[in-house]
Design a protein around this ligand. Structure first.
Ligand code: AMP
Length: 175
């Protein structure tokens, strides 16, 4: 077990994953430690208590783990924002660029009612492409994106500069 304030130290650097030259920040040691996991989720949750959110939208796949925990803590619903072809009903899709490739996100067209306030959640803010795509996708779906919460941001990649939305983008830690 780890002191609650120490979860940041458990994030593990894995060089050259999934491709040479990428320094992958592995959160699985945080997730597998009960105190660290709870502390990390609480830090993401705290700014949003009382915000009147309808749902938390988590981005596949590590955004599901954190987003579902955040939704439970806030007492909201959960909306999966998924990779292509995984959602069974009618979807909207949004293409985006990754630090290591390109991809597409999808959400169910009826995920939330029009104007419903939603918090977007992912594990890492790297170049920012994923989070911005999630924001645009949810807005096109009709949601009111109240803001975004990530476990941490990678400052050198300056993803925050791409978040031009007039809503908060909060990171519980930065490396
Ligand atoms: P980006 O779109 O560049 O901000 O990338 C963010 C998404 O890709 C998140 O869903 C992360 O899980 C993942 N990701 C990108 N780069 C890394 C990295 N260096 N370490 C861990 N996850 C990463």
């Amino acid at each position: 077990m780890t002191p609650m304030s120490q979860w940041q130290r458990l994030v593990r650097d894995v060089p050259d994953f999934p491709k040479p030259g990428i320094l992958f920040k592995d959160i699985t040691p945080v997730l597998s430690d009960a105190d660290a996991f709870r502390a990390a989720v609480l830090e993401m949750v705290e700014p949003w208590r009382g915000a009147g959110l309808h749902a938390v939208a988590g981005i596949e796949s590590r955004g599901f783990i954190l987003g579902a925990a955040v939704a439970q803590a806030l007492g909201t619903g959960f909306v999966p924002v998924r990779k292509p072809g995984r959602l069974p009903a009618a979807t909207l899709s949004q293409d985006y660029a990754l630090e290591y490739g390109t991809d597409r996100l999808e959400v169910h067209m009826d995920a939330v009612p029009p104007g419903a306030p939603v918090l977007l959640v992912d594990d890492v803010l790297a170049t920012g492409g994923t989070l911005v795509a999630g924001l645009e996708l949810l807005r096109r779906q009709g949601a009111e994106v109240a803001g975004a919460a990530v476990l941490f941001e990678m400052l050198a990649l300056r993803g925050r500069e791409r978040w031009t939305a007039q809503t908060p983008l909060l990171a519980a830690a930065a490396y």
